[in-house]
Design a protein around this ligand. Structure first.
Ligand code: GTP
Ligand code: SPV
Ligand code: MN
Length: 627
């Protein structure tokens, strides 16, 4: 028990504690809760303990209210439809707040908006907060959610406390992070990240609430204060905007902590790959949102004797160990995966994971109580079954609009994944031997290449591009820059970030090798994917691992990296593959790309670009121009 300080008592005023014991909160948490309660004025405070009983109670309430409905074909699975205006991350309203602008963004020329990092001054942030947060929880309960990113008390783990007035957020946080009151016991002198979230719709509500999903799309505002380890999020209930442990904390705030403490917080999956001989290799891979991390992390190999086990599907925290190897943990506790395209054919392990205790947001539903989305067409057994789309309207196969929102998601506990790695909760993490970058590149980029070394690998990551997806507010299929798959999640100056990566290279360390893959190249003739993808991606992993083993004969140099020599990929059992087009490095494409990339780097990173990375750019351009 802690004594509650007079000032804290005064701040709490008459706000009742509906659940939990305020005396059990460490004094700094008491102060945080009281201060924010005074500001947002909820009608009550609910201190979460993370137990199943608590979750059941909240879920029952949500079902009663109509925000969740059970998917009757499964055990404890629920569907939730949001306000159709609140379906994805909102990058344009997401900010990093630092005193010095250039702590957040690079020095771009006049008139060029930085696309990596979105800066706001502390004064402007104050104004934005002042016009939103006072009284914003009126008539609602404020939940206090204590959580750990990473195994409780682990050397790489970090603690957060989220305040929220959304019970959808409470039950989702419980899947995605480790929510438990033990966090308060282990907190001690440790700092915690302060997460403040409100749907931004105090009662009585002035606008109509759609689908029982309160939100305030016109007023969305998400701000991070890295030095204070503080996150403010207003107006949205959607995952990446509201589950603050995920992108806000584990990437934007954590990348700042990582820079200070000498480690890395990255948008990467972590997988263990065992070869037929039994040897296991750990790989981390960074692909932009909706570009295949969850699928690769749970890959079912089509090559006999291979086995993949999943450590994480979205975020990796990585630190060099005393033995010089890079160790990675998955700070999350669940998967928040893209639903469309997920099926027994493409990702059976994800499907097995979400057969129970999962929440589906903005998917469609069948009259016999199953979820439904694009990619499940062949799995509707009873053709008379009726489908209700994500908007709640009747829907038929062949209808022009999709049944599920393209960014509809499942939230499922990671431990339910049949191939979850036995060490996925190892506090020390797993040793990474290779890092893979990739994106959706319809043209020009070969299936796989190995970079020429650490700095060239970093440069290749900095040049990452991908077609836009439905995970954020962008429209259409334009190819966009997404350096290191971190554009939406950059927590500080990208030039300094590259420098931080570079400086991890010290003599006593065994650096992972860096690769680039592209499952999404299309035929210039037919427009069809040149590579089957999914389980067959093991054939590329096999090549990567043979390279790690020192098999030099299977690679040949090109200006951009080392590609497989003809026939060096195991294609046994695959249909015809147009090897030449799949692996080619077309001079016309890369000459144009080099010009575009230089323009991008000069304007977006400019003087912040570390000289050795600039040299990689110059050298690669020279190699391309000699083609
Ligand atoms: P976030 O959760 O947004 O970070 O996405 P992610 O990177 O985990 O992407 P995910 O694995 O969920 O895949 C996104 C979409 O790409 C899904 O619709 C998949 O079916 C599709 N996809 C994944 N891997 C492949 C592949 O190898 N080939 C093809 N053609 N599509 C793929
Ligand atoms: C992504 O967009 O990369 C996601 C989903 O993983 S979200 O949590 O919304 O960021
Ligand atoms: Mn992601």
């Amino acid at each position: 028990f802690y004594v509650v300080n007079e000032v804290v008592i005064k701040r709490l005023g008459h706000i009742p504690i509906h659940k939990g014991d305020f005396h059990l909160l460490p004094p700094k948490v008491q102060r945080f809760v009281a201060e924010k309660a005074e500001l947002m004025r909820p009608r009550g405070i609910y201190i979460c303990d993370g137990t199943q009983h608590e979750a059941d109670e909240i879920i029952d309430k949500l079902v009663e209210r109509g925000m969740l409905s059970p998917l009757k074909a499964y055990e404890n699975n629920y569907i939730c439809r949001t306000d159709p205006k609140d379906v994805a991350r909102v990058e344009s309203k997401t900010w990093m707040v630092t005193r010095d602008k250039y702590d957040t963004v690079c020095h771009t020329p006049d008139g060029v908006d930085p696309i990596m990092g979105h800066w706001m001054s502390p004064e402007d942030m104050s104004d934005e907060l002042d016009s939103r947060f006072p009284g914003c929880m009126a008539g609602r309960i404020m939940y206090v959610v204590p959580f750990s990113m990473g195994p409780l008390g682990g050397p790489l783990s970090k603690i957060g406390v989220q305040l929220t007035d959304s019970n959808y957020v409470v039950i989702s946080m419980r899947i995605m992070t480790r929510v438990t009151s033990e966090v308060f016991d282990i907190m001690g002198d440790q700092d915690f990240t302060r997460c403040i979230h409100s749907v931004g719709l105090p009662r009585p509500v002035k606008q109509k609430v759609i689908n029982h999903w309160p939100c305030n799309p016109d007023r969305v505002f998400i701000a991070h204060r890295p030095p204070e380890r503080e996150i403010w999020s207003f107006g949205s209930g959607y995952g990446g905007n509201s589950l603050l442990g995920k992108k806000c904390f584990a990437l934007r705030i954590a990348s700042n902590i990582a820079k200070d403490e000498g480690w890395l917080a990255e948008h990467m999956l972590i997988m263990g790959v065992s070869r037929p001989c039994g040897r296991e290799h750990f790989i981390a891979a960074a692909f932009p949102s909706a570009c295949g991390k969850t699928n690769l992390a749970m890959l079912q190999p089509t090559l006999p004797g291979w086995k993949v086990r999943c450590v994480g599907d979205d975020i990796a925290w990585m630190k060099f160990g005393a033995d010089g190897r890079l160790y990675a943990i998955n700070p999350e506790h669940g998967f928040f995966g893209v639903a469309p395209g997920t099926s027994d054919r493409t990702n059976p392990m994800a499907v097995a994971t979400f057969q129970k205790d999962s929440i589906f947001t903005n998917v469609a539903e069948t009259s016999d109580g199953h979820y439904y989305w694009e990619g499940l067409e062949d799995e509707i057994k009873d053709k008379n079954v009726e489908v209700t789309d994500w908007l709640g309207n009747p829907w038929k196969l062949g209808d022009a609009a999709p049944a599920a929102h393209p960014n509809s998601r499942f939230a499922a506990p990671a431990r339910q994944c049949p191939i979850i790695h036995p060490d996925w909760e190892s506090p020390q993490g797993v040793p990474i031997e290779a890092i893979i970058f990739g994106g959706r590149r319809p043209d020009g980029v070969p299936l796989v290449f190995e970079t020429y070394g650490w700095n060239h690998g970093i440069y290749t990551g900095a040049c990452l591009k991908s077609e836009a997806t439905a995970a954020a507010e962008y429209k259409g299929k334009t190819v966009m820059h997404d350096p290191m798959a971190m554009r939406p999640f950059m927590g500080y100056n990208f030039g300094k970030y590259l420098d931080h990566w570079m400086k991890l290279n010290t003599a006593e360390r065994k650096l992972p090798r860096i690769y680039h893959v592209n499952w999404f190249r299309k035929s210039r003739d037919t427009g069809k994917f040149l590579w089957p993808g999914f389980g067959d991606n093991i054939r590329v992993i096999d090549w990567i691992i043979r390279r790690l083993d020192g098999d030099v004969g299977i690679g040949q140099e090109t200006p951009v990296g080392i590609v497989p020599t003809k026939g060096s990929l195991d294609l046994e059992g695959l249909g015809p593959v147009d090897w030449d087009e799949l692996m080619s490095v077309p001079a016309d494409y890369w000459k144009e790309d080099a010009v575009e990339v230089r323009k991008f780097i000069e304007s977006q990173v400019g003087p912040d670009l570390p000289a050795p990375i600039r040299k990689e750019m110059d050298d690669q351009e020279a190699r391309i121009n000699a083609m």
